[in-house]
Design a protein around this ligand. Structure first.
Ligand code: ADP
Ligand code: NI
Length: 215
């Protein structure tokens, strides 16, 4: 591992101390490992992939009054302090700016492979067993209802509606998690996503059975 990556790991761990459990260092560690795994088959510049994976949630707007520029500012200053080459810095910042699900309406047309990889890794961590756990943790953190039989999911929300939506945690499955499988960029991620997706469907099926006491 390079010194740049080692130092960045320590920096990110420090910054995310006390973070909500779905967006803490362990989320970053999983995204970093998934990115490296996907990059093994998909290629890309590994310094860009690793730095972007490690820095992508350094200041999530959700936890910083909606500020979408803070993560870019902190990441840029950090990489400059390590004398990372300007070309790499630019590529990493481009990924951080474009990775988010809520910004998918504004995605660049031919995303570089490094963005495709880190975005897929972040999305894979939002589905499957971990995705379920993170979603209920976030819902609890926001004091949202787990489920309400009379509140339907809101499909096709605009970015602004998505950000202020206070629906139920189960609705978040229909508003985001179940859509991710078809949004994967790389074939490697599509394969991993398929099994995680099926697991969520099975989970929901049981959830409704147990909720309604129909078995
Ligand atoms: P991104 O960071 O890609 O823009 P989000 O901010 O929508 O994506 O969500 C990141 C993760 O936070 C989700 O995968 C989910 O686990 C959790 N999360 C976000 N919004 C909600 C919500 N309304 N209810 C439950 N979990 C949520
Ligand atoms: Ni993330």
């Amino acid at each position: 591992m390079t010194e740049t990556i080692q130092k960045t790991i320590a920096f990110v761990k420090g910054k995310l101390e006390g973070a909500e459990a779905g967006h803490d260092w362990f989320h970053i560690e999983r995204v970093w490992k998934l990115s490296l795994k996907i990059a093994e088959t998909e290629g890309g510049n590994s310094e860009v992939v690793e730095l972007a994976a490690l820095l992508h949630d350094i200041a999530d707007p959700k936890f910083h009054n909606g500020d979408e520029t803070l993560a870019l500012k902190i990441s840029e200053e950090w990489m400059n302090s390590l004398k990372v080459s300007p070309d790499v810095v630019e590529q990493v910042l481009f990924i951080i700016k474009n990775i988010s699900f809520k910004n998918r309406g504004e995605s660049p047309e031919n995303p570089p492979i490094e963005l495709q990889i880190v975005q897929d890794a972040d999305r894979l961590d939002a589905i499957g067993a971990i995705g379920i756990a993170r979603t209920f943790n976030f819902g609890g953190f926001k004091n949202n209802l787990m489920y309400h039989p009379e509140i339907p999911p809101k499909l096709n929300m605009s970015k602004e509606e998505y950000k202020k939506n206070e629906g139920t945690t189960v609705n978040h499955f229909y508003e985001k998690l179940l859509l991710l499988k078809d949004l994967m960029n790389t074939n490697s991620a599509k394969k991993i996503a398929a099994e995680r997706h099926d697991f969520m469907l099975k989970f929901l099926e049981r959830f409704y059975k147990e909720w309604n006491v129909t078995e």
